[in-house]
Every structure is written in structure tokens, then in C-alpha cells.
Design a protein around this ligand. Structure first.
Ligand SMILES: [Cu+2]
Length: 638
């Protein structure tokens, strides 16, 4: 019935490493995972060896995944659905057969700026490297974005080996509910968080989506099931290697000067550059960046190659629905750092027989540079040899349709209602230093109480680059680090706390007291900072640009000149979903100071870290301890 239209947009194929033809885009078919609604009784999930089949032209590839009792093990794991404020109990069984990765690692000795070796499939004859200091097969599962008690949060050191079990209770409730901060339909995900091995275990496949369902979603008329047109899509980049017998394995390929993994192949729910059939009036795309280190700056294009953003509404992010839907107007693409989630509503009306394409224009490594003029062109120099992510095949409504095909003509009005400015999360408040005058164009503001603690954390890199660090700074007149905060008239002196994951605990927030955390990035890359336990917001409209180049030495923990605001540069303006929604991961661009308002309402030991997982495994992770009373060992409040 639906003959494909002639398309003027084309995307490159990859060579098939098995030698049999090419890996063509939009051949593999992706289906969104069907939900498993968590019961009140304990759910048992085993973590085990499995295979993934990214493309019909490739044999099955060994991986690690999750399986419920009596069900297949898959990667990504099953979509778990919890009801808002109903506790769920999960028993994570480490059922691995061996403490052995299902793939090899290679560290390539050289690179080429025009076509970096990470663009190429395979190990290119370089022998594998043993993973250093990584407890392979020792697992600790974390529910990312969860308002979780500390004993269930997946502390990196609390690892279990094959045959052992980690029992977790997940509250599925709202953090800071005593202040009335409600969330509607949070998009969480579960993944391994083992100390020093997270990058390797997540890369093996240990990740899956977890939605907290709130009745407010269905009340708005939003799709809340596969049948209604909701699709959970986890984007991950991968490389593969082929053995002499034709078998194909994943490959974690880095270089001596780029420790982050950037793979040339983009998988969505384990399928390479897939296509997905959508029907009806709208599609709800709940997109996860599940990659180790790659950012995605997503554009939606039509068959003519033109941006189709007038058809896209941004409706949610990490912590669920935004205050109101926002258009993805003009060339306004949307950027997802590793760990971040976005919820898009796409208007499909009148598109039967046509396609929409998701395309990635983000440079790797990412440092906040703008999109290229044509996002469909490959950019090998930016480690983006294949810009395509996936294709939506829009089909006419079909009566008595297959259960995988959404048929939601009954939801035809939801896009118009939300585009018209309906409030999606009436409990949303914008945290601000001052309440300001009421303004119907912006969410109600919550005035940050005057008494709040301050933290200042430097993101730094050694010279030559390689060792990354979070350095918590404390005011010290004799300190070696000079920083002028935007609110200060002159530079102040600070000393860094004994850093590293096992150094002195430097951040001890008091239960239910507000804190302002400032992250100052002295490195050349963007880092997505993730804080466990609660959701938060960046303060203000933008980051503050700083003079940092050559001024800070990680080796001597000192500044040669003060780190101070740069009056000639501009700060990264936060995207609407970052200021009208709840976040658990926010990216800090190079040379930017970004301020978060956070308030912890559970006592105990947690972590905060960069969510580029190679960085998290390389000291960009620190503990913090929430205490019932101000501790004598903590850093003083001021
Ligand atoms: Cu980082």
C-alpha cells in the first residue's frame, strides 16, 4: 500500500568486517522493548552472557545482558516499569559464567587527525591489551536517576561476583516531596557501576531502561505503551572485530592519547542504524544516551533532507515531563551527553509513506562546538564517519494492526494540546536566587533560601592529558589555587582537598539543607556531571565563561594566574529542557562555570561523577556523605 517516496537524502554504508558486502543503514529493524510492570513482590533479574544481533549481515555477537526468570537474556535489558510512589524490589543475580569480558580491548599506538583510527572497524592487527586494575565480572547495579536509599544505590565498591546477589529496594517516589517538588514520568535507567570497571561492563551490555509511571501522562493523552506509540530508544556506539573463523566480537578500541571510547557504529536498542515502523498520529520517542563517552546532537530530517523540527516537541528529560512542551524549532537540534535522556513527541499526521531520520552531528570528543552546516555529511575528523542514527518509517493506519505497530489515531489531539502550551507538570518549580515577579511565560519560581552551603569543584586534566580529576576546593588564605567567583570582586585563595575516590570526604551536605554546587571546567572537553540520589537544576540562564587556559596545573594543584570570569566570551545557554525540567546529569563545557542547586533528603553515602564512563573510571568520581546534623568533619557552611 505505502510505496516508498523518492528520497534525496543518502547515508553511507560501512564495510562488513566479515568481508561479505556492506553494512547498510536502515536494514536492521528495531522494536521498542515491551514493558515489564514491576510487581509488589521481588523481581529477579539475572546478569548473564548473551548475544546481540545488530544487523542481518553480521552473525550474533557475544555480550552481557539481563533476563527475568524464564525469559531470554538481552541487551539492553528488559524495560522495567514502576508505578509512581510504589516501591519495587529487585534481586540482581550475578549469573556470569566467568569473570571474562566477551570482547577484547586494544589501545592503538598512533592516530591521524583527518581520519582517527577509532573510525575504523577492527583492531587492525594490534594485539589486545589486558584491562588494567579492573575487577572484571564483579558487578554493582545502580538505578540512574533513582531516589534510592544508600544501601540500594549500587555503591561502586559493593560488588558481587558470579553466584552472588544484590538486593535493592527502589522507592520510585519524588525527591524533596516535602517541598512539593513532584515529577511526572521519570526516565531512569539501570546499569553496572562497579569500581574501575563500569566502562567495560556497560560496554559489554549491562544497561537497560526503567520508567516511573505517573497517571498524569495518560491524563494528558500521551502514549504510555508500545501499542500507543511510545518507543524507548537507547543509543550506544560500538566497534567490532572479526576473528579468523569469521566470528564477530565487540571491540573496545582507544588510542594512547584518546582514552575515551568512540565507536563508528551507532546502535539503537542493539540494532545498527535501524528502521522502525510508526503508525498513527504521534510517536513518543524516549531517547537515552547509553554510550560510554559519545555525545549525540540529534536532528530530525525528512526525505528531502530538510529539518522537520516543526513536527517535534520536547516534552521531557531525565526527571520526567517538562513544565510545558517546547518546540524544537528551526535548526535547534538537541544535545544528549552520556547518561542524559530526552522525551520527544513527533507529529506524524500526513506523513504516511514517508520517513523521518534521526541524525547525529556531535563532534567526538565533544567540547560544545556548534553543529556543522549540513549534519548529514560524514565528518571522519570529528570521529563521526557515519552520521545516521535511525529512520522512522511512517505507515498508514492499519485496522487490526500488528501489536508492535502503534495505532494511536485516538491521540491525534495531544500534539496540538501540548503545542498550545498546556502545563504538563503543574508541580514544577524553577529554582532561583530570587522569586521575581509572577510571569505566566515562565514556571513558578522557588526562591533558594538565603542559608545554603557552597561547593566549588574543579574539573582538571594532567599535562600531558590523560589523568582526569575532580578537585574540591575549600577557602584557605594560604591556598595555592586562586579563583574569582562571579559574585566576588577579587580572586580568593583555595586549597584542594586530598582528591581521588579514596581521598578525604570533602562534601558532607546536611539533610534537607540547600547547597549550591559550582563546577569549573579547566579541561578542553565537555563533561556531563551526574549526582546520585536527587534531581537538580542548573541555576541561571547560562554557564559563566572563565579564563582557564594554561592557568591551572593539576600536577602542582596551583594556579599561575587566577581563574576568573572571561568578559569577552559567552556562557553556554541552558536548553529549555534543562531549565523547565528536572535533571540528574548536566554537561559542563570547557572553560565554563556551571552552578547547580541541590538538596538531599536521604542520609548516607553516595557518589557524584562525570558520566563519560572512561572518565568516571579514571578518578572523575568522588564520594559525598549526607548527614543528619552538620558534622565536625565536614566542610563548614557559609
Ligand atoms: Cu568527563
Amino acid at each position: 500500500m505505502s510505496s516508498d517516496t523518492i528520497t534525496s537524502i543518502t547515508f553511507p554504508s560501512a564495510p562488513n568486517p566479515t568481508g561479505a558486502g556492506t553494512l547498510d543503514p536502515f536494514v536492521a529493524v528495531v522494536t521498542p522493548p515491551n514493558a515489564y510492570v514491576l510487581p509488589s513482590s521481588e523481581t529477579r533479574l539475572r546478569m548473564q552472557e548473551c548475544t546481540v544481533s545488530p544487523h542481518p549481515a553480521l552473525p550474533p555477537i557475544p555480550a552481557w545482558g539481563y533476563g527475568r526468570s524464564g525469559h531470554m537474556v538481552s541487551t539492553p535489558g528488559p524495560l522495567l516499569e514502576a508505578q509512581a510512589s510504589v516501591r519495587s524490589l529487585i534481586r540482581w543475580d550475578n549469573a556470569l559464567g566467568a569473570k571474562e569480558l566477551p570482547y577484547d580491548l586494544v589501545v592503538m599506538p598512533s592516530d591521524d587527525a583527518a581520519d582517527p583510527v577509532q573510525n575504523h572497524l577492527g583492531s587492525e592487527g594490534v594485539p589486545p591489551t589486558a584491562p588494567m586494575h579492573a575487577p572484571i565480572g564483579w558487578l554493582s547495579t545502580h538505578l540512574h536517576g533513582g531516589h534510592t536509599e544508600p544501601e540500594s544505590d549500587g555503591w561502586p565498591d559493593h560488588m558481587i561476583e558470579p553466584g552472588e546477589t544484590q538486593r535493592c529496594r527502589y522507592a520510585n517516589d519524588d525527591d524533596n516531596a516535602d517541598l512539593g517538588f513532584g515529577k511526572v514520568g521519570a526516565a531512569l535507567w539501570y546499569h553496572d557501576h562497579a569500581m574501575d570497571a563500569t566502562r567495560l561492563h556497560v560496554y559489554a551490555g549491562l544497561a537497560g531502561a526503567y520508567l516511573v509511571r505517573h497517571p498524569g501522562e495518560a491524563d494528558l493523552g500521551l502514549p504510555t505503551s508500545v501499542e500507543e506509540g511510545e518507543a524507548v530508544l537507547i543509543i550506544q556506539d560500538r566497534n567490532v572485530d572479526v576473528a579468523g573463523d569469521g566470528s564477530v566480537r565487540l571491540l573496545h578500541k582507544t588510542t594512547t592519547d584518546t582514552s575515551e571510547f568512540f565507536g563508528p557504529l551507532t546502535l539503537v536498542n542493539g540494532k545498527l542504524w535501524p528502521r522502525m515502523t510508526v503508525r498513527g498520529a504521534v510517536a513518543r520517542l524516549r531517547i537515552y544516551n547509553g554510550s560510554n563517552a559519545r555525545y549525540y546532537r540529534l536532528h530530525v530530517l525528512d526525505d528531502a533532507g530538510a529539518v522537520a523540527h516543526a513536527r517535534v516537541l520536547v516534552i521531557g528529560t531525565d526527571g520526567g515531563l517538562l513544565w510545558k512542551a517546547r518546540p524544537l524549532a528551526g535548526d535547534g537540534s538537541i544535545t544528549l551527553a552520556p547518561g542524559e535522556r530526552i522525551d520527544l513527541l513527533v507529529d506524524l499526521r500526513g506523513l504516511a509513506g514517508q520517513h523521518l531520520y534521526l541524525v547525529n552531528s556531535a563532534q567526538a570528543p565533544f567540547s560544545g562546538d556548534p553543529a556543522p552546516a549540513d549534519p548529514t555529511l560524514p565528518h571522519p575528523d570529528e570521529r563521526r564517519p557515519y552520521p545516521q542514527v535511525m529512520r522512522l518509517d511512517i505507515k498508514a493506519r492499519r485496522h487490526g494492526g500488528h501489536h508492535h505497530d502503534a495505532d494511536n489515531a485516538g491521540l491525534a489531539s495531544v500534539w496540538d494540546v501540548l503545542a498550545g502550551g498546556a502545563v504538563m507538570n503543574p508541580a514544577f518549580v524553577r529554582i532561583a536566587h530570587s522569586a521575581g515577579a509572577p510571569d505566566p511565560a515562565v514556571p513558578p519560581r522557588y526562591e533558594l533560601p538565603h542559608a545554603h552551603g557552597h561547593r566549588l569543584v574543579l574539573l582538571s586534566e594532567s599535562d600531558p592529558p590523560g589523568h582526569l580529576q575532580l578537585s574540591e576546593l575549600v577557602a584557605d588564605p594560604a591556598g595555592s589555587v586562586q579563583v574569582q567567583l562571579p559574585t566576588d570582586a577579587a580572586p580568593q585563595s583555595y586549597s584542594p582537598i586530598d582528591a581521588g575516590f579514596y581521598g578525604t570526604v570533602g562534601i558532607m551536605p546536611v539533610l534537607k539543607e540547600w547547597e549550591v554546587w559550582r563546577f569549573l571546567n579547566t579541561t578542553g572537553d565537555t563533561h556531563p556531571m551526574h549526582i546520585h540520589q536527587v534531581l537538580f537544576q542548573p541555576l541561571g540562564a547560562a554557564g559563566t565563561p572563565y579564563l582557564v587556559d594554561g592557568r591551572y596545573s593539576q600536577e602542582s594543584h596551583s594556579t599561575s594566574q587566577p581563574l576568573m570570569p572571561d568578559p569577552t566570551a559567552t556562557g553556554r545557554v541552558f536548553e529549555p529542557h534543562e531549565t523547565t525540567g528536572w535533571k540528574d546529569t548536566v554537561r559542563i563545557d570547557p572553560g565554563q562555570l556551571v552552578t547547580f542547586a541541590v538538596r538531599f533528603d536521604r542520609v548516607g553515602r553516595y557518589v557524584y561523577h562525570c558520566h563519560m564512563i572512561e572518565h568516571e573510571d579514571n578518578e572523575m568520581m568522588r564520594p559525598f556523605v549526607v548527614t543528619p546534623l552538620a558534622s565536625a568533619h565536614g566542610i563548614s557552611h557559609h
